[in-house]
Ligand binder design. Structure first.
Ligand SMILES: [Zn+2]
Ligand SMILES: [Zn+2]
Length: 330
């Protein structure tokens, strides 16, 4: 089969790979579309010690089961393969599963014609769901999970909140679209890439700004969603949040930094880390995407998998206005 293989830092190679063989309990999936994630870019840059070349990356996919239970069905998958029996899985917090593994990380991912994964991690989709929306399930679920956590922590209903989203990549874009759909009226999005700012304003109607030129005003927003997670964005988030407000930390560009614990304490800021999504979030996201809660997704770029190396380069060099590029193996 053809696959796009991460072969070395800053290098992905489109080449022939042996087709995967299906183990017991797995399904074999023929991939129709697969998105390039920020975490794939992180791996590509050689900055993810968990993703070691040579490796087929990719975990945001839609395809058809060709072998295994429910063969013939179009599906998406939970990229996290969880044990189903640990305390977290039993609580429905399977994103925290103590025994989790992940496609495109601990096993081959979706930048290929074929991929295997655990049958238990298959997520059903309506059979007429377009590839474009189905392939966005994973990043959209990350946004949905983060906003759900924020909603639980805010003192007042979410639509009343003024929100700042830091980062206009896929998570920032999808979070902004969902906030809009939920009825949030005041959203500012900070994004350094001018082309992305324009695409974001067009797709969401939110106010956009360049964080290199201006910063969100101090104590100005009830909710900050940090979809970058860099040292600078964490500091900006803590500065911009109103007393009593909520900061949700979704991105993780930098692992550690100094936090303004004085403000956090005296102003009763709620700082929440969110990681991926639960199976319930993925199912809710499929329904939301299918019902159009994230809009028409016209901003998504689709390209052949064979041109994947150029897509990675475009993202690396900031040349793509699209917050998401999908690759199609066939
Ligand atoms: Zn992803
Ligand atoms: Zn578990």
């Amino acid at each position: 089969m053809k696959a796009l293989v991460y072969t070395a830092p800053n290098e992905v190679t489109y080449r022939d790979e042996p087709a995967p063989s299906r183990a017991a309990g797995d399904v074999l999936i023929a991939i129709d579309a697969v998105g390039i994630c920020g975490s794939d870019m992180h791996a590509y840059h050689g900055r993810d010690p968990r993703r070691v070349p040579p490796l087929i990356l990719g975990h945001e996919l839609v395809g058809r089961i060709v072998e295994g239970p429910d063969a013939g069905r179009r599906v998406t998958v939970n990229p996290l393969i969880t044990c189903g029996v640990c305390d977290y899985c039993r609580q429905g917090r399977d994103n925290l599963c103590a025994n989790r593994t992940m496609i495109g990380m601990t096993r081959a991912g979706g930048f290929a014609e074929l991929m295997t994964t655990a049958a238990a991690s298959v997520i059903e989709i309506p059979q007429d769901m377009p590839n474009r929306s189905a392939a966005l399930t994973e990043p959209a679920a990350t946004a949905l999970h983060a906003i759900a956590a924020a909603s639980r922590a805010l003192a007042r209903p979410l639509p009343e909140a003024s929100v700042v989203v830091l980062g206009g990549g896929a998570i920032g874009m999808l979070a902004t679209l969902l906030l809009r759909h939920y009825g949030v009226r005041r959203i500012d999005v900070g994004e350094t890439n001018a082309a992305r700012r324009q695409a974001l304003a067009h797709a969401t109607g939110a106010d956009v700004y360049d964080p290199q030129q201006t910063t969100a005003a101090a104590n100005s927003a009830d909710l900050i969603i940090d979809a970058v997670g860099a040292i600078a964005t964490r500091a900006a988030a803590l500065a911009a949040v109103k007393p009593g407000g909520v900061v949700v930390h979704v991105g993780l560009a930098d692992w550690a930094s100094e936090i303004d614990m004085r403000k956090l304490t005296l102003a009763e800021i709620t700082l929440i880390g969110t990681y991926t999504y639960t199976t319930a979030d993925l199912r809710a996201t499929v329904r939301a995407l299918y019902d159009g809660a994230f809009g028409d997704l016209a901003w998504v770029d689709e390209r052949p998998l064979a041109e994947g190396a150029a897509a990675f380069r475009d993202l690396h060099e900031g040349r793509s206005a699209a917050a998401k590029i999908l690759l199609r193996p066939q």
